[in-house]
Design a protein around this ligand. Structure first.
Ligand code: LMR
Length: 400
């Protein structure tokens, strides 16, 4: 029955984590998966999360009942407010349908299925390049996936003309997937002026924006600033979807906590939309897990705890920014050929180094620096102890 099944290739991102774990080399470095590590290369649990868990466990009313298909209501409204901001008119007018999801990936999967069943868009456009799972998630839901140009290797910046041209020729009703901040994998975001241009095309051509918000607070250390583009679209009347993850900004990777927000024209539509999204969830996994939703809502419901979480988040994003500076210094010190200033101009979790796939192989095979074959490195794998080693690995790989 199963004998014909072939071995699947390793996942390009999660596979690097497995390979890293198996490697016994003393100097190995994990630059693959986007998960925060301390300067001691250890996973980090936010103090605010530990405090929230303490409170949850001490709550005598706690039980392990099923959540509704839409998830925990307190979490949904707090998550929505964090994303869209206090005083958001769409929230006040009850026209945001929110459904708790299994982190960003689960939210995208529910969003994709919801769109396919209820909207059937002519195509879904994703940036080239993008997080690899974007393509497969939308394909899996039966959508036609196309790409819009995003990255210009010559300038190591955005190909804004290419992007606008492709969006201009997209069919009416096509979905345009946009990264809210800290674009994965390039670390390059549009400027506010470029967002204006993108928004104009989307509005004029009647396209549907779908935002992926995986790094709010991680890019700049400022939750408000990192939500700029979603708030701009929503406050200016856009009907759109947003997939929101708490994996990175609360360090809740394994708790799988996130949400899907669908911003509608009015309250009645939002109610209908939510009911359909609930059907999608019911048929996929019935209802979401409880613990992560409780953690996030305990943090977001208490202003003091929210504040201490924000301070920790800022410290984390600053450590990453510092590591960018340190890596660039080391590369300059070693006189590695080429211009490496993109290491510090890119933002967020990743740097898109520009290393070729052959050079990446050398990083992995000779230096035990696990990274993506497209040249992406997770900056959070770099610390004060290994930054010089990583720079030497890059030099050797470039000279190779
Ligand atoms: C990444 O891009 O490394 C993260 O978003 C983790 C993942 O699920 O791929």
């Amino acid at each position: 029955v199963f004998g014909h099944i072939k071995l699947a290739p390793p996942d390009p991102i999660l596979g690097t984590a497995e390979a890293f774990k198996k490697d016994t080399h003393a100097d190995k470095v994990n630059l693959g998966v986007g998960a925060y590590r301390t300067d001691e290369a250890k996973p980090y649990i936010f103090k605010a999360v530990k405090e929230a868990e303490k409170r949850i466990l001490a709550d005598p009313t706690l039980n392990k009942e099923y959540l509704p298909m839409r998830g925990l209501d307190s979490f949904n409204s707090l998550a929505r407010e964090l994303l869209l901001g206090k005083g958001c008119a769409a929230i006040a007018e009850n026209r945001v349908a929110t459904i708790q999801c299994i982190s960003g990936t689960g939210s995208l999967r529910v969003g994709a299925e919801f769109l396919k069943v209820n909207v059937n868009p002519p195509a879904v456009y994703v940036s080239s390049p993008t997080w690899g799972n974007h393509l497969t998630i939308f394909k899996k839901a039966g959508c036609i996936v196309r790409e819009y140009p995003y990255w210009k290797p010559e300038t190591r910046g955005i190909d804004i003309e290419g992007m606008l041209n492709t969006l201009s020729s997209a069919p009416i009703g096509a979905v345009i997937l946009l990264h809210v901040c800290a674009h994965n994998p390039t670390g390059v975001d549009p400027t506010p002026q470029q967002w204006d241009q993108i928004q104009n095309v989307i509005t004029q051509k009647r396209l549907i924006p779908y935002f992926d918000s995986a790094y709010q607070g991680f890019a700049s250390g400022d939750l408000e600033r990192d939500a700029y583009v979603v708030r701009k679209f929503v406050n200016e009347g856009s009907q759109c979807l947003v997939s929101q993850s708490f994996a990175k900004n609360m360090g809740l990777y394994g708790e799988r906590i996130g949400a899907l927000h669908i911003i509608c024209r009015n309250k009645v539509t939002a109610e209908h939309v939510l009911s359909q999204a609930e059907i999608v969830v019911r048929q996929m996994y019935s209802n979401p897990p409880l613990h992560g939703a409780l953690i996030a809502s305990v943090i977001l419901a208490d202003p003091a705890l929210t504040q201490s979480w924000k301070v920790e988040l800022k410290a984390i994003s600053e450590r990453i920014i510092q590591m960018r500076v340190r890596l660039l210094e080391e590369l300059i010190k070693l006189k590695v050929p080429g211009d490496w200033t993109h290491i510090t101009s890119q933002i967020g979790m990743f740097s898109y180094t520009g290393l070729t796939s052959q050079q990446c192989e050398n990083m992995i095979n000779k230096w035990h620096c696990y990274m993506l074959k497209n040249g992406r490195i997770s900056m959070s794998g770099i610390n004060t102890k290994n930054v010089a080693y990583v720079a030497r690995a890059i030099k050797h790989s470039v000279d190779h």
